[in-house]
Every structure is written in C-alpha cells, then in structure tokens.
Design a protein. Structure first.
Length: 479
C-alpha cells in the first residue's frame, strides 16, 4: 500500500521529470535517449558501486605516477620505486596502508609492448610477494614465496591486446585486463636493523620492456596521454568525472557490458564527456542522492558481508575477475575496506571496529586488550600483525613511540602473562613501563583494527576457508 510519503515523493519526481526537457545538461540537449530523472538516479547509484574501485585506483595512479607535485609521487610508468621504509601516518594516498613490509612499486604501461618483471633469489625464511593488480582492481597474478618460491626468475606481464606465446627465458605470462596496471612488491622486514638487507633485495627487483629483455629493437612508443587530474581527496566531489576518465583506460568486458551501456546514457565512458557543472539542479540532486545511496550499500555490505567471529569481520573479498563474477558490490566493498588487498591464500585481513560485545572501539573512552593464549597465535607460514588505524580516516595513527602495529617478529621482546599468554594493550596512553613492549597506541577517538595473516596455513588449525576455519581470532576486550 502506498503511504502519503510515497505519494508525495512520486508527485515530486513527476514534477521534476516534467521539467527535465528544458533543464537537461548542455551535453545532452536534444538527445531523446537521455534517461528520465529517476532512471538517471538509478544508473548513477549502480554506476557508483561499479565504479568506486576504478575511481580509487585512478586517483592513486594519478598521485603515484602522473602528478609529480602530488606529494605522493613515486616514479613514472615502467620505472620501479623502492621504498626503504614502511608506511607511516604521512602516507595518505591509499587507505588502510600496510606498515609491515617496505613496498616496491612498478606501475606498468603495457600499450606499446609487454613488460618483464625480474626477481632475485630471496632467503627462504624471508617472505616476499609481487601482487599484480589491474585497473579493475583485479588481482590477476602473483610471484613470490607462496606462489613461485624464493628462487630468481623472469615473468612477463601483457596487456589486453597482446597476442603471442611465452618467450624464451620467461617462467610465466600474466595477462592484465587493462593497459595500465600495478606490480606491488612486499618484502618482509624483520626489525628496523634489517632494512639494509631489505634494500639489497629491492635492488634485485627489475622491470624492463620485452624488447629490451630479448635484446630486440623496441616498437614505437605509445602516444602521450593528458590524464584528467585527480586526487584521492577529490573523489567525493568529482566522482563521476573521475569515473569517466578512468573508463577511457578500462576496456569493456562481457561482464560489465550492461552497466557500461547504462553509464553511457548519462555521458560516462569512452567517447563521452560527463560534466557535473552542466547538469540541472534536479539532476545534480539526483546524482548526489544516488552516490549517497550507493555508498550506504557499500558500507552495509562491509558491515554484514563478512562473518562475525568474536567481533572480527572475516571473509575473502579480493581476487581476480573470475572470483568477483560481476559482483560489483563485493568489489566496491573490498576497495573501500582496503584498496589493493591480497587474495585469501596470500593474506587474510580480519578487521573490527567493535569489541567482543559489539560495542564501538573508542580510545577516548576505554582501554582494551587482545589476549592470545598459549598455542593460539595466528597460524601462518610467513608472519602476522595487528595494525592500528584511525576509525574515521583509516590511516595510521600518530603516536609518541611511532609504533603503528605489533607483529610476530616482535614477540621475543614482549612480556608474557603468567600462563604463557601474550596480551596486547590497546589504548592511547602507556600501560606502564613494564608493559610498553605490548602496547599498541590508539587514537583519542574511534578505532579501526586490522589483523593481517600473511600466507595463512591451509591445514588446521587455520583461518581458511575464510569465515569457516578452525582458528578464530580472540575478541578485543575492554579493560
């Protein structure tokens, strides 16, 4: 039965739709195919969910590779950037940054020809990985300790238009769905004094065009692109302009053909030009409502799409195109939860904003603890960590001891309880000199915690399969 509110809403929409013909954006004047106001809102909502990971990735690419004045610039395309440090609160281009492993980044431009990624020999006790992520935010391949071992090797990364077999000397070929793609290297750091050893390994990471690897003449260079400027801070205000720009470099696939056709109806996509400022007031309002509703759906999925175990949200939401199967909401939730996360086999990411009773974590009001009983530490082949983030921004938290996480290599220096348990103290102030080694400083505000398990053990006790494993993380308890 229609309520009075429903009738009023319908009447308002009818009135706005009736005025649509004289208030369309300039780019859509005299186009009979431009959707009605309600249709435009529905398309924009669906487009927000579909496009959120693409836009986030595009903005990061701009800050890391294109804009040398962004403050986050790393290196141009096809040049590797080795970071001889871990992430700090100053790193704000990617939400929920990993502060466990120094990164090496290689953004690839595959338009002219494929690129060869080479890795050195890495000692067996040290974990490393090379995660391949394309413009769709699909993880389409791995090199490293789990996937290929710690021996040296050369691997080929090809774009969507490349056709050819495996060249001599290449161990494996990886295919990206987009011409611009990211190779993200993680190298385990055992302790601060270990950094020179990590740096030595990083010097062995290389990227070069296939022609150079084969010692052949290079093909003609790809044309220069004037990318639409973008920043991660500007996503909210420029979302559909950014999406329009990002889609120029994301080839259509059978899975996204339908949503791409819908977006084209509101002038978003290759050959289109979306200009928010040209929209009528009614259409601007509809687009903003659509973004809010889409974002709410993503947040709801993040809150309920995982399995809750002792207050931790556990599940698998990163993978390749076949993993997502066109589930744009899952893909958007994954990006918002932590852009560029690993497949479950590579790493698991239980996260929480609440204590074990479901109450929100707030460092301004309470002190907390996490206790791992004897024999119940996270089961991993590599290592584990608990990282502290600000509950609102999901960035690392500034603190007087510059500690942003506690991880398994730190265990030997930590104090154990009388029964052999290990307790982590999560609070904004020191728990006392005798417990400082176990202290994870919290913000004077809301808290977001992420437990990372690198290369989780596949046999019991295990966190795998995600949400169904025999090992369960202990809840956060209020002191």
């Amino acid at each position: 039965m229609l309520t009075k509110r429903d009738l009023l809403r319908s009447a308002a929409l009818a009135t706005m739709t009736a005025t649509m013909a004289k208030s369309l954006p300039a780019s859509a004047q005299n186009k009979a195919e431009w959707p009605s106001l309600l249709e435009a809102k529905d398309i924009a909502e669906e487009g927000f969910i579909y496009g959120l990971p693409l836009v986030m990735n595009y903005a990061v690419m701009q800050e890391f590779v294109v804009d040398k004045n962004s403050g986050q610039f790393k290196a141009p395309f096809n040049e590797i950037n080795n970071q001889h440090r871990v992430s700090t609160p100053e790193d704000t281009a990617v939400i929920t940054p990993n502060s466990d492993t120094p990164y090496s980044m290689l953004w690839l431009d595959l338009r002219a020809e494929p690129m060869v990624i080479s890795v050195p020999r890495v000692e067996k006790e040290r974990y490393y990985s090379v995660q391949l992520i394309d413009g769709n935010t699909y993880n389409y391949g791995y090199v490293g300790s789990r996937a290929t071992g710690n021996d040296p090797g050369d691997y080929l990364v090809v774009g969507p238009d490349w056709k050819g077999g495996k060249p001599p000397g290449i161990k494996k070929v990886f295919s990206s769905t987009t011409p611009f793609t990211l190779a993200l290297f993680r190298t385990q750091l055992f302790n601060p004094d270990d950094m020179p050893n990590v740096e030595k390994i990083q010097t062995g990471y290389k990227g070069q065009p296939l022609s150079a690897f084969l010692k052949q003449p290079a093909p003609p260079a790809a044309p220069k692109i004037d990318f639409l400027p973008a920043t991660t801070a500007g996503i909210k205000d420029n979302f559909f302009q950014y999406l329009d720009a990002a889609l120029q470099y994301v080839p259509e696939t059978p899975r996204d053909k339908a949503i791409r056709a819908k977006l084209a109806r509101i002038c978003i996509g290759p050959g289109k030009t979306f200009e928010f400022k040209e929209l009528s007031l009614e259409h601007k309002a509809a687009i903003l409502v659509a973004m809010k509703q889409g974002d709410d759906k993503v947040d709801k999925w993040l809150a309920s799409g995982m399995k809750n175990i002792n207050g931790w949200n556990i599940g698998a939401f990163f993978g390749d195109e076949a993993f997502y199967k066109g589930d744009w909401l899952m893909r958007a939730g994954a990006a918002k939860g932590g852009l560029y996360g690993n497949d479950a086999l590579e790493a698991m990411y239980p996260y929480t904003r609440t204590d074990a009773t479901g109450e929100p974590l707030d460092g301004s009001k309470h002190k907390y603890a996490i206790t791992f009983r004897p024999g119940e530490l996270p089961p991993v082949n590599a290592f584990w960590s608990v990282t502290m983030y600000d509950g609102k921004s999901q960035f690392l938290v500034k603190n007087p001891i510059h500690r942003y996480l506690i991880n398994s290599p730190m265990l030997s220096a930590m104090k154990k309880d009388a029964d052999g348990s290990v307790t982590l103290y999560i609070q904004k102030d020191s728990p006392g000199a005798d417990k400082d080694a176990n202290w994870l400083p919290a913000p004077d505000d809301t808290i977001y915690l992420v437990l990372r398990l690198y290369w989780p053990k596949p046999t019991p006790p295990s966190i795998l399969p995600p949400g169904e494993g025999t090992w369960k993380p202990p809840g956060v308890t209020r002191i």
